[in-house]
Design a protein around this ligand. Structure first.
Ligand code: G1P
Length: 295
């Protein structure tokens, strides 16, 4: 089995109901964080970590996502004719080359584990990454790259991990592991969305994974788990006594762009980090905080 991680799966089949009515016609992954679609942040992070093949698990109504990755010749010509070279560069950086991107449909909404399983024939016999674009991570070294580096030492399976408030364990996969001084933790157990009283720790799985093809075999056999869905967490947990599972407590700030509050926080944070927007936005926010009126 090859050891380098060059393929990544992006599960994007969800309906995005939390963002209705916007998601009635716009896939959630295309929603804009400052001036880029959410999914672009995950793509850039994947590329930085050495990913060469991008596999999207889609569903009905995600056509805009496929168009987004396509070349836009008319737009490019127009920018070129007008001498807008900077914009042209930004635009071209989002094009995917033919053959480096693949789409497969998840025909039934049976859960994250099922979505990942849908890519089994495109993965074959090599380790692969899974990236959930809802989790946007701002970090000096991109999160997946931190994981690829750690994975070179550990092998096996690896999940990104972060401490969450105890009352929030029910929103995450939770690790049975001890958070010591090292960012790398050895996983003894994993459970999907436990109530706080049943959670083995407050170390949560965040949407970045490096997995072995064995996890896909496990998904073959798996019935439904928490919430009646086929859970990726359960298939990974089966490898604890097999190829092993590590958690990496990554350096960086994670934004939960699957929630409105998280999306807004990310918008403010990423806006403030942009030299062209920072001063205006900060001035505006200071004023808002001072008098709290919107109109
Ligand atoms: C999924 C996973 C969960 C993980 C979370 C991270 O849950 O099932 O284990 O902790 O992503 O964002 P979801 O947020 O899709 O319900």
């Amino acid at each position: 089995m090859k050891n380098r991680v060059t393929k990544a799966i992006f599960p994007v089949a969800g309906l995005g109901t939390r963002f209705l009515p916007a998601t009635k016609s716009v896939p959630k992954e295309i929603m804009t964080l400052v001036d880029r679609p959410l999914v672009q942040y995950a793509i850039d992070e994947a590329r930085a970590a050495g990913i060469k093949e991008f596999i999207f698990i889609t569903s009905r109504g995600k056509g805009a996502l496929e168009d987004y990755f396509d070349a836009a010749p008319q737009l490019e010509q127009e920018l070129e004719a007008k001498g807008k070279d900077e914009l042209l560069k930004i635009l071209q950086a989002t094009n995917m080359e033919s053959g480096e991107i693949a789409y497969t449909r998840q025909h039934k909404a049976l859960g994250l584990g099922h979505a990942v399983w849908c890519a089994r024939k495109l993965i074959g016999d090599e380790p692969f990454a899974v990236m959930l674009p809802d989790d946007v991570i701002a970090a000096k070294t991109p999160c997946l790259q931190q994981m690829v580096e750690a994975y070179a030492e550990t092998g096996g399976n690896m999940v990104a991990a972060m401490e969450v408030p105890e009352e929030k364990t029910g929103a995450y996969g939770i690790l049975d592991a001890d958070r010591g001084d090292s960012p790398l933790v050895s996983v003894r157990g994993m459970i999907e969305k436990p109530k706080p009283a049943e959670a083995p720790s407050n170390l949560a799985v965040i949407g970045r994974y490096i997995l072995t093809p064995k996890v896909l075999d496990n998904l073959n056999e798996l019935g439904s788990g928490a919430g009646g869905e086929i859970q990726l967490t359960d298939a990974i947990a089966q490898e604890i006594d097999g190829e092993g599972v590590h958690g990496l407590c990554f350096e960086g700030q994670r934004y939960d762009c699957g929630s409105k509050a998280g999306f807004l926080q990310a918008t403010v944070a990423f806006g403030l980090s942009r030299p062209d927007l920072k001063d205006d936005l900060k001035g505006f926010l200071d004023g808002m905080v001072a008098d709290g009126k919107i109109g």
